[in-house]
Design a protein around this ligand. Structure first.
Ligand code: IPM
Ligand code: MG
Length: 355
């Protein structure tokens, strides 16, 4: 098969982790006889520095012309600490999501047997936890009207959702639940927010079409608590944009490290595969960042964008083997022996080539 991908490394640790995912991707393509074609494009703070735009038209065009996008991370502290900056790296990511119509962000939360002891939670609570968080990605407070009063002393961000936006993401939630353990948790704040009440109303309208799915409704504050109290109670969780952003960072740490969780953003145009973590600027250029979330995002790319499940499975096997062999970066190694980002990437690449 011919794989035509766009590579957007972005900022901070982005280039280092993307390099490892690309090495592994190339090895998989060699192994399975696929022809890999890829092109790099700029996004984020580095694109602002170069061309004054965090998601330049040429980058968007490349994404549109590709079969899949492998994305690193964006963000830079020089913007975080300047609330008055007019152009921000994150706008690049948000525009990419919007322009590619990526309305669903799939974030699987899985635990690894060999890392259970790294979880801040008790092992018996995390062992076997495995759920899919489906985060709505192109609506809500992220994209609603925002602004300031003339004197600058009042600010607002509107949370807006239309019926069709809610229906399509809930449909995906029900369909995923059907493919999994048939339980769907709709997370909202329907006791306070009107937009949440519309979500809940539509979910209740749709639920009878999926009689085999057990649908539960949960307020987001309660869900935040349940994720650490009883993560195994979740199968598929579906929620709006910002709730999903927050809950998945929380969920990631129960697996032992934020550096482990991949994601797939799917929708109308080319799908994007990216780790759920950010650009971790403190680690940039030090060759210490954990590449696994990005490598697992490449696995999701094979599976979701190309329907190549054996290829994805081999990457997953390599990752599990590396964790069992203790070939891990310092976020996981703690006081034990740690490996550099590139060493973990090399190990995974060799594993793929030889297994
Ligand atoms: C994520 C990130 C982004 C988000 C930021 C970088 C804009 O936190 O992908 O989860 O909030 O969506
Ligand atoms: Mg986030």
């Amino acid at each position: 098969m011919k794989l035509n991908i766009a590579v957007l490394a972005g900022d901070g640790i982005g280039p280092e982790i993307i390099e490892q995912a690309l090495k592994v991707t190339k090895a998989v393509c060699v192994k399975f006889g696929h022809e890999l074609q890829y092109k790099h494009a700029i996004t984020g703070a580095c694109a602002i520095d170069k061309v004054g735009d965090p998601y330049p038209a040429a980058t968007h065009q490349l994404c549109m012309d590709s079969d899949a996008v492998l994305f690193g991370a964006i963000g830079d502290p020089k913007f975080d600490n300047d609330p008055t900056a007019k152009v921000r790296p994150e706008q690049g990511l948000l525009r990419m999501r919007k322009q590619l119509g990526l309305y669903a962000n799939l974030r699987p939360v899985e635990t690894f047997e060999s890392l259970l002891h790294k979880s801040p939670l008790r092992q018996d609570l995390v062992k076997g936890a495995n759920f899919m968080c489906i985060r709505e990605l192109t609506g809500g407070i992220y994209f609603g009207e925002k602004g300031r009063s003339e004197d600058g002393n009042m600010a607002y961000d509107n949370c807006v959702y239309h019926r069709d936006e809610i229906e399509r993401i809930l449909k995906l939630g029900f369909e995923y639940a059907m493919k999994r353990r048939k339980k769907l948790t709709v997370v909202d704040k329907a006791n306070v927010l009107e937009s949440s009440r519309l979500w809940r109303q539509i979910a209740q309208e749709m639920a009878p079409q999926y009689p085999e799915v057990e649908t539960e409704y949960m307020f987001v504050d309660n869900a935040a608590m349940r994720i650490i109290q009883w993560p195994k109670s979740f199968d598929v969780m579906v929620t709006e944009n910002m709730f999903g952003d927050i809950l998945t960072d929380e969920a990631s740490v129960i697996t032992g490290s934020l550096g482990l969780l991949p994601s797939a953003s799917i929708g109308l145009h080319t799908s994007v595969f990216e780790p759920i973590h950010g650009s971790y600027p403190q680690a940039a250029g030090k060759n210490i960042a954990n590449p696994i979330a990005t490598v697992l995002s490449a696995a999701m790319m094979f599976e979701y964008a190309f329907n190549l499940t054996d290829e994805g499975a081999l990457i997953r096997k390599a990752v599990t083997a590396s964790l069992e062999a203790g070939v891990v970066t310092e976020d996981i190694a703690g006081d034990g022996k740690s490996y550099k980002t590139s060493e973990v990437g090399d190990w995974l690449t060799d594993y793929v080539a030889n297994n």
